[in-house]
Design a protein around this ligand. Structure first.
Ligand SMILES: Cc1cc2nc3c(=O)[nH]c(=O)nc-3n(C[C@H](O)[C@H](O)[C@H](O)COP(=O)(O)OP(=O)(O)OC[C@H]3O[C@@H](n4cnc5c(N)ncnc54)[C@H](O)[C@@H]3O)c2cc1C
Length: 331
């Protein structure tokens, strides 16, 4: 493989703002570099990239290629595909790193197919394997992991947000940005409207204790028990998993996870939550995680500091009663 830049990281941005996944992609690239020698390059696409391209180079300390495409005002998978496939066709990278987010996950398989590379999606960990590299991908809501290795000389990788950290730019590297302008064919689909993302819970981020309910609470009436528990805990807030918001039992600004809020309270109580990686991505950095689940093999247990294997309908009334009794005794 003759390539000047074996590792390519695709920067994600929206309306002039770089998304945190850009830095996480850089974290994954650095992790790969610990086992695989070769330079990396950040690539950013858009209409007018003068400011953001320079900013990316300064912040990352890396070499940036800013590909300006007239008329590309936001993410468009078909235009991204054309431009990136052309950019890499002659110098095939070893890894093309793309965030596994709704902005980019429709790009990765198409790009891999076009470049005849393997496509490993939703990876959460690097696993060094002899002279090569493997990657873990959670399956069945995080209950098990598949270990994947590319069978081609290069691979397109998408990574789950929240799993790779970037520790900052090396002090001795200023970074640089090369600008290139390319035109693209009119894409076969058109973006009609941008609908802003749902508001996420600002007060969840301020809470020191989060009492989070999952589908395991079984009935909407049991939310009263969850609320009642939260009321007895100082500086607390009630949150939940996405199915409860989809059911209308909780508001969307109470959803924790990939498509909800990212929180890191001192204490996170996961009540009847299975631990799907989309949920875990939003709460795994909490100070102390307690989970209550009747399944002793639920994936959330892998992330918990304390596990209570019990039916919630038995456990919650007992916990609330115990807190009440302790309060009475201390008054
Ligand atoms: C693109 C995408 C984005 C997503 N984003 C998010 C997100 O941001 N946040 C999110 O939460 N999810 C998200 N999801 C959904 C996610 O994949 C899971 O489906 C969801 O997190 C599962 O919610 P849950 O744990 O409440 O329910 P389940 O997976 O149904 O788990 C219920 C748990 O409760 C336990 N249980 C059942 N009854 C009892 C009982 N009586 N007592 C004790 N335990 C009991 C079960 O053992 C089980 O572990 C997303 C999915 C996709 C595809």
């Amino acid at each position: 493989m003759s390539s000047q830049y074996p590792i390519i990281v695709l920067a994600e941005h929206d309306q002039g703002e770089l998304k945190p996944t850009t830095w996480e992609g850089l974290g994954l690239a650095r992790g790969i570099q610990a086992h695989f020698a070769g330079p990396l390059r950040l690539v950013i696409l858009g209409d007018s990239l003068k400011e953001i391209g320079k900013h990316l180079a300064e912040q990352s300390g890396e070499e940036v290629l800013a590909i300006q495409t007239p008329g590309l005002s936001g993410y468009h998978p078909e235009v991204y595909l054309q431009v990136l496939a052309d950019a890499f066709a002659l110098r095939l990278p070893a890894f093309i790193i793309i965030p596994h987010t709704s902005q980019s996950w429709d790009l990765a398989p198409r790009l891999a197919l076009r470049l005849k590379l393997a496509c490993l999606t939703g990876i959460t960990k690097i696993v060094p394997e002899g002279n090569g590299l493997g990657f873990l991908k959670p399956l069945y809501g995080g209950k098990i992991n598949a270990q994947l290795e590319p069978a081609t000389a290069g691979a397109v990788l998408t990574f789950e947000p929240g799993y790779f950290k970037w520790t900052g730019a090396p002090a001795d590297r200023p970074g640089s940005c090369e600008f290139k302008t390319v035109s693209s064919q009119p894409p076969p689909s058109e973006l009609l409207e941008r609908i802003p993302a749902r508001e996420t819970g600002a007060d969840l981020r301020a809470a020191e204790i989060i009492v989070a309910a999952g589908r395991g609470i079984s009935r909407p009436e049991n939310l009263d028990l969850v609320q009642s528990l939260a009321k007895r805990l100082p500086r607390s807030a009630v949150a939940g998993s996405r199915p409860l918001c989809d059911l209308g039992w909780l508001k969307y600004n109470q959803q924790v996870g990939l498509t909800g809020a990212t929180v890191s309270p001192k204490l996170y109580l996961a009540l009847g939550i299975s631990g799907a990686y989309q949920h875990v991505a939003g709460m795994k950095d909490s100070g102390f995680i307690v989970s209550v689940n009747r399944d002793p093999r639920a994936a959330i247990l892998n992330w918990s500091d304390l596990v209570i294997v019990e039916d919630l309908e038995t456990f919650l009334p007992l916990l609330i009663e115990t807190i009440q009794n302790l309060r009475r005794e201390s008054n």
